[in-house]
Design a protein around this ligand. Structure first.
Ligand code: UDP
Length: 448
């Protein structure tokens, strides 16, 4: 019975894949701890209720200027969403309170849905911010105002490869700076400066990976920080994909030998052009390695899907390669045939890869991905950097190094160690296990 639960938590999701997935997973985990869960979401990219029959859902009228649901709100739309969803959420929650269903004991919101904090204040319940990237990124981002004040911005191209003072291992080129959109950058800096006003911070990370960044975040914001990752391992394996997953690739993987396949995916937002797609294709084809490649429809400018590839591309790659539109990624990464992941280094993909012991090729495109890629290659040492303009020869060499080279074998060994350490952290006595208990206690104790 829902009204016998510890209380209701309202989780407010932002309608991007990499944002919605970990919040839905957190909802599943907190439901298993005894809370009733309500997911507040926009019209765009709504979660699929049939995948979460134990949740209730609140639809927020976002008023975004999109005419059909195949368009995805951009990150920049967050201001409009925050303006338009505030009153509806407040009204819906006040109505819910009157129905004496199960008392709302807290709001957990994606950091881009900050309007929810004011709603929580209004109904006098704790407001917890969920940060969808990793601790090192937020810590680097928090350092940017200081770096600006110290005169490092705008930095010259000649400084790109220098280490940023007090930010090892980050170079200037790895800093999460939107150089082409400083307006947006300023808005995000203002947003981050509010984090200390929230009741607590929740991150999908693991203590042993980011101990020093987590400590610095705690010192900076002076609120409890709960690290409850990897959520992909703690939550049940329920699909949270907005796009239809092509499960046929699992049968294809079943026919491949252990560690022989490179999985290639650049996430839900990244874009490329026809040259990059063609170079990637030839790099994969010439590498001689097997590969499972996700090409998201609409992700190549000017094309619907893979039209720019050679007409006989299927004959060229034969049985050795498979291209799909969207994969059941978590299942793919657990498959024993997968021996490497060429990724854009989104935080969810990274956590999914690290917790399955899969070493990576890192091609970050922007913002937090650059910080994450640097940590993968230089802190955790489980990946190779493939940066800059993609070209078939460089791709081929990088793939061979990861899949069959000595360096790659060492990274695979190290990734296996991280997988084991991650597994320890989510079991009884482990850091994420304990942090989840502390989060539950916090939610119950801070019921104001
Ligand atoms: N994903 C998936 N199938 C794919 C590609 C990606 O299920 O073919 C999932 C992946 O497992 C991850 C999310 O989409 O949970 C992408 O989030 P991430 O933070 O890695 O990157 P973003 O899409 O936000 O750039």
């Amino acid at each position: 019975m829902e009204n016998q639960r510890l209380g209701r938590l309202v989780l407010v999701i932002y309608p991007l894949q990499g944002h919605a997935t970990p919040v839905l997973q957190l909802g599943d985990v907190l439901h298993s701890k005894g809370f009733a869960i309500t997911i507040a979401h926009t019209r765009f990219n709504p979660p699929n209720p049939s995948n979460h029959p134990h949740f209730s859902f609140l639809l927020l009228p976002d008023n975004l200027p999109y005419s059909d649901t195949s368009q995805t709100p951009s990150v920049d739309d967050f201001e409009a969403i925050n303006r338009d969803c505030h009153a509806p959420l407040q009204e819906l929650l006040e109505l819910k309170e009157q129905r004496v269903d199960c008392q709302v004991v807290g709001i957990i919101f994606d950091s881009l849905m900050y309007f929810a904090a004011t709603v929580a204040d209004h109904i006098k319940i704790p407001r917890l911010v969920f940060m969808t990237s990793n601790a090192a990124f937020y810590q680097a981002f928090a350092a940017i105002p200081r770096l600006m004040a110290e005169g490092f911005f705008p930095f010259q191209d000649s400084m790109l490869h220098e280490i940023v003072p007090q930010q090892y291992p980050l170079r200037f080129k790895d800093l999460p700076v939107l150089r082409e959109n400083m307006d947006m950058m300023q808005k995000l800096i203002d947003l981050a400066s509010n984090f200390q006003k929230f009741s607590a911070i929740i991150l999908n990370t693991v203590d042993f990976l980011e101990q020093s960044s987590l400590l610095q975040l705690q010192q900076q914001y002076q609120v409890p920080v709960f690290q409850v990752g990897p959520l992909s391992k703690l939550a049940p394996a329920i699909s949270t994909s907005f796009l239809k997953e092509d499960s046929n690739c699992i049968a294809w993987l079943d026919n491949q030998t252990a560690n022989s396949v490179l999985y290639v995916s650049k996430g839900s937002l990244s874009m490329s052009d026809s040259k990059e797609l063609t170079e990637t294709f030839w790099g994969l084809a010439n590498s001689g390695q097997s590969f499972l490649w996700v090409v998201r429809p609409g992700s190549v400018s000017g094309s619907e899907w893979t039209e720019v590839l050679p007409k006989d591309f299927k004959e060229i790659i034969g049985e050795r390669g498979l291209i799909v539109k969207w994969a059941p990624q978590k299942e793919v990464l657990t498959h024993s045939a997968v021996g490497g992941f060429w990724s854009h280094c989104g935080w969810n993909s990274t956590m999914e890869s690290l917790s399955e012991g899969v070493p990576m090729i890192c091609s970050p495109q922007f913002f937090d991905q650059k910080v994450i890629a640097r940590y993968i290659t230089h802190e955790w040492k489980v990946g190779l950097e493939l940066d800059g303009e993609l070209e078939r020869g460089g791709i081929e060499r990088c793939i061979r190094t990861l899949m069959v080279g000595k360096n790659g074998a060492e990274m695979r060994e190290r990734a296996t160690e991280l997988k084991q350490m991650t597994s320890v952290s989510i079991h009884e006595g482990g850091s994420s296990y304990n942090s989840l208990i502390e989060l539950t206690e916090f939610l119950l104790a801070n019921n104001i």
